[in-house]
Design a protein around this ligand. Structure first.
Ligand code: NCD
Length: 321
């Protein structure tokens, strides 16, 4: 394991980070954000990775991750080559294996391949065949992980509440299939005096590997399928997610769960003044628009942080290579 993001070759899982690396990354993010305030700062950033190239290859739908990564690269001066819907528009549609596609792409000398794929472990497979000087970044692998989302989620918690320790965090929705909640749990386990409450329908509970990880790291956790009104009262963070309908074959289950938990004024009216609501987005049914103007609704600010955290990450991963 690399002890520094600069020493990291690929970014595949949240577990690659420790607390010091996270704090470093977040202070670089703050620095980038403040540079971005001025034209001179923006021009300075534009020179940082001017000799680097990113391939942005998405086999699954994406708005935020794809566009914020591309924007992050462009703001740092990178050239960006991208394909969206690679499942249909790349040679995957002709039967080419992921490994062969990655081997070929590496011939064109990118510095990084930011990849989203529908299979768990796809980014590990890509990393195993990528050329020596190509950093694979996992932008979501099926129901596996989404480490850069977790980084921006954690950054947003720190930015909004001033800390990550000593927090009561309620994570809910489709915890079985949602990769962002999985990746976030891995990062939260680095902090102290955290209490995690996992809210989901019984059929969509968090996988046991994450529960074991929380237990091993001494994180206090509770699993429940309801009580949201009660939990809202003491929550510092409500991190909500959608039912991942594209990953669930049982459409009756989707219909049953889709409107089960909705964060609306009934919930926010119970929340503390200093607390936040996060969501990786896209939201479907689970966050009512009526709470968008509540200052505690931080999900759009969270999405905005995504670009800056990804800029910090690209800088750290690629700057000295
Ligand atoms: C998430 C994802 O792709 O896992 N979206 C994102 O990257 N912000 C969450 C989701 O799709 O529900």
């Amino acid at each position: 394991m690399a002890y520094d993001v600069e020493e990291m070759k690929h970014l595949l899982r949240s577990q690659q980070f420790d607390r010091t690396m996270l704090q470093n990354l977040f202070s670089i993010t703050d620095d980038i954000k403040s540079k971005f305030e001025t034209k001179e700062g923006q021009l300075e950033l534009k020179k940082k990775l001017a000799d680097k190239m990113m391939f942005n290859i998405f086999y699954e739908p994406s708005t935020r991750t794809r566009i914020s990564f591309a924007s992050a690269g462009i703001h740092l001066g990178m050239d960006v080559v991208f394909t969206e819907n690679a499942r249909e528009f790349s040679s995957a549609a002709k039967g080419e294996t992921l490994e062969d596609s990655i081997r070929v792409m590496c011939q064109y000398r990118p510095d990084t391949i930011v990849m989203r794929h529908y299979e768990i472990g796809a980014s590990e497979r890509a990393a195993a065949v990528a050329g020596d000087s190509v950093a694979i970044i996992n932008a979501g692998d099926g129901g596996g992980q989404h480490p850069t989302q977790a980084l921006l989620d954690l950054y947003t918690i720190q930015n909004e509440l001033g800390k990550v320790d000593d927090l009561n965090i309620v994570i809910g929705g489709d915890l079985q299939n949602g990769r962002t909640a999985r990746s976030l749990c891995y990062l939260l386990s680095k902090f102290s005096n955290i209490k995690v409450t996992l809210v989901s329908p019984p059929e969509l509970r968090m996988e046991r590997d994450i529960i074991e990880h929380l237990t091993e790291h001494g994180i206090e956790y509770v699993e429940t399928d309801n009580e949201l009104e009660k939990l809202a009262v003491s929550a510092d963070v409500i991190y909500w997610t959608r039912i991942q309908s594209e990953r669930i074959a049982d459409k009756e289950l989707v219909a049953r769960c889709q409107d089960k938990y909705i964060i609306d004024k009934n919930i926010t009216s119970r929340m503390k003044e200093k607390s936040i609501i996060l969501h990786p987005l896209p939201r479907v049914h689970e966050i009512s628009k009526e709470i968008d103007s509540d200052p505690r609704s931080a999900y759009f600010r969270q999405a905005g942080n995504g670009m800056f955290v990804r800029m910090a990450l690209l800088l750290e991963l690629l700057q000295n290579k």
